[in-house]
Structures are given as structure tokens and as C-alpha cells.
Design a protein around this ligand. Structure first.
Ligand code: CAA
Length: 258
């Protein structure tokens, strides 16, 4: 593992930990970093050994946003043709569950990246916000939509219009963060959750993720149809037979991911 990489990749059992590694720029999300992240996530999706992904920026900072220096002089057409922000959608399209372990700043694109994950564990030092208004722009990687769904329209509007940040505790109270822990315990807590989810049948976890996501992205009718389709599909897996047989036989299931 070379420290020159912008995203470090470690594997522990069925959990892959991806660490953003641009500390001097507070993990600013340059197009190169996002490309490495997308490639790492695609590799995790393609690797049957990996069931859960843990995404972190380390103990000091999660990410201070998209790389402002890469955008200062850009024209609208350059922003459009580079597709540098649209590419981030591939993070949200990852099939396997992603747990974000957020410490320090999660601002702008950093907050948006955390919100593309499925569970957010934060340290007491975490700060979330969309300060793009201070730069003369607005969030471009989902902030106006995902923050609004997470916090409700009034809180999201205030944060996006003022550029203010909220603490980890406030974020937890409003439902954006699942757990808040001391910074020293952040990775251990995120890993505990990741390893717990990794004991579950992975195809069920992936189809559950898709169905829960659909709740925010579709009508109730479409979401219910997707849920039912995924529920039925899982009867095609060995893990469904194993899970239900183990229950009936009063033993612990042995899931194989098939
Ligand atoms: N892009 C590029 N470089 C950044 C950066 C960013 N988003 N955030 C920090 N850096 C760089 C700084 O330029 C600085 O580099 P130099 O040492 O070369 O000068 C280095 O990281 C350290 O930053 P600071 O000296 O500013 O550190 P600080 O502790 O004084 O302040 C901070 C920390 C409050 C997070 C401040 O860095 C800051 O406000 N950063 C920008 C936050 C922001 O506006 N994010 C939104 C970006 S736009 C976006 O994300 C659009 C979108 O929706 C996709």
C-alpha cells in the first residue's frame, strides 16, 4: 500500500476500509481522488469476499469539499464536459452497504459524500455543512436534495443559505448521523457495525440497501413494488434456504453469499 495513493484500501475479513488520503488539502475531493474512490468502490462491488465498505478520512478530517482550486477558473462548459461532479453519482450507485466514519470537517462535497453512504458514524469533532454559498455557488453533488431529505426542508434551507455547520450531536438529533463517539473510538465503532452487517447474508443486505434507498427516490407505489421484487428474488439464493432452514432447525445459519 503506497502512501501516494489518494485512497488507501485495506481488507479485514469481509470489510474493506477505504481511507481518503490527501491530508495536506484536508482531503479535498479532486477529480483524481474521486476517480480513485470510484475505482476502489467498483473493485469492492466486484469482489465476492467484500460484503461491507467502511469509508473514512481518518481522525482529523473527513473531507473539506470538492477541490476549489480545480474549479476556480472553470467555465460552465468545462464543468459540464469534465463530468467531474456527475461522476460522484457512481459512489451512490455502489451496491454494497457503505458506512461512513466521519471525523472533523465534512463540508460541501465532503458532507455530500458522507450522505451518499448508508450509515454515518461520527466522532465528537465532526462538523457537517454545505458552505458553497460562501463561494458563490450551491451544492452540486446532491446536497440540496439529500440534506433536505435528511434534515427536513427548513433546517436544510437554513444550512444551505447561511453556509453554517452543525455539530455531530446536532446531526444525530436530526437524523443525519447514526452514532456519535469519541474520536479515538470512531474507527472501532464503525468497524463493529461493518463486521456485524458482514455476518448477514450479503445479497439480502444489497437488496435491502436498494429498497431502503428507493424510499427516498421513488413514489410509495414504486418503492413497494421494488421491495416486493427484491423480497421474491432472495428466494433464489442459497442464503434464504439456509437462513430459514437454520431457524426451523434451531441452529445458527452459515451464510455463503450465494
Ligand atoms: N479545496 C481545495 N483545497 C482546500 C479545500 C477545498 N475544498 N479545503 C481546504 N483546502 C486546502 C487549503 O487551501 C489549504 O491548502 P494550502 O495549505 O495549500 O493553503 C489546506 O487545505 C488547509 O486548509 P486551511 O488552511 O483553510 O485550513 P483551516 O483549518 O484554516 O480551515 C476549513 C479549514 C474551514 C475547512 C477551510 O479549509 C475551508 O473553508 N475549506 C473550504 C470548505 C468549502 O468551502 N467546501 C466546499 C467546496 S465546493 C463543493 O464542495 C461543491 C460541491 O458541492 C461538489
Amino acid at each position: 500500500m503506497s502512501d501516494e495513493r489518494l485512497v488507501l484500501h485495506e481488507i479485514d475479513g469481509h470489510v474493506a476500509t477505504l481511507t481518503l488520503n490527501r491530508p495536506k488539502a484536508l482531503n479535498a475531493l479532486s477529480p483524481e481522488l474521486i476517480d480513485e474512490l470510484i475505482a476502489a468502490l467498483a473493485a469492492c462491488d466486484a469482489d465476492d469476499q467484500i460484503r461491507v465498505i467502511l469509508l473514512t478520512g481518518g481522525p482529523r478530517v473527513f473531507a473539506a469539499g470538492a477541490d476549489i482550486k480545480a474549479m476556480v477558473e472553470a467555465t460552465p462548459m468545462e464543468m459540464l464536459t469534465r463530468r467531474s461532479i456527475e461522476r460522484w453519482a457512481r459512489v451512490a450507485a455502489t451496491r454494497k452497504p457503505i458506512i461512513a466514519a466521519v471525523s472533523g470537517y465534512a463540508l460541501g462535497g465532503g458532507c455530500e459524500l458522507a450522505m451518499m453512504c448508508d450509515i454515518i458514524v461520527a466522532s465528537e469533532t465532526a462538523q457537517f455543512g454545505q458552505p458553497e454559498i460562501n463561494l458563490g455557488v450551491i451544492p452540486g453533488a446532491g446536497g440540496t436534495q439529500r440534506l433536505t431529505r435528511a434534515l427536513g426542508p427548513y433546517r436544510a434551507m437554513e444550512l444551505i443559505l447561511t453556509g453554517a455547520t452543525i455539530s455531530a450531536d446536532e446531526a444525530r438529533q436530526h437524523g443525519l448521523v447514526n452514532h456519535v463517539v469519541p474520536v479515538e473510538g470512531l474507527l472501532a465503532e464503525a468497524m463493529r457495525l461493518a463486521q456485524l452487517i458482514a455476518t448477514k447474508p450479503p445479497l439480502a443486505a444489497q437488496l435491502a440497501k436498494e429498497a431502503v434507498r428507493a424510499a427516498a427516490e421513488t413514489t410509495l407505489r414504486e418503492g413497494l413494488a421494488l421491495e416486493l421484487r427484491n423480497f421474491f428474488l432472495l428466494f433464489d439464493t442459497a442464503d434464504q434456504k439456509e437462513g430459514m432452514r437454520a431457524f426451523v432447525e434451531k441452529r445458527k445459519p452459515q451464510f455463503t453469499g450465494r
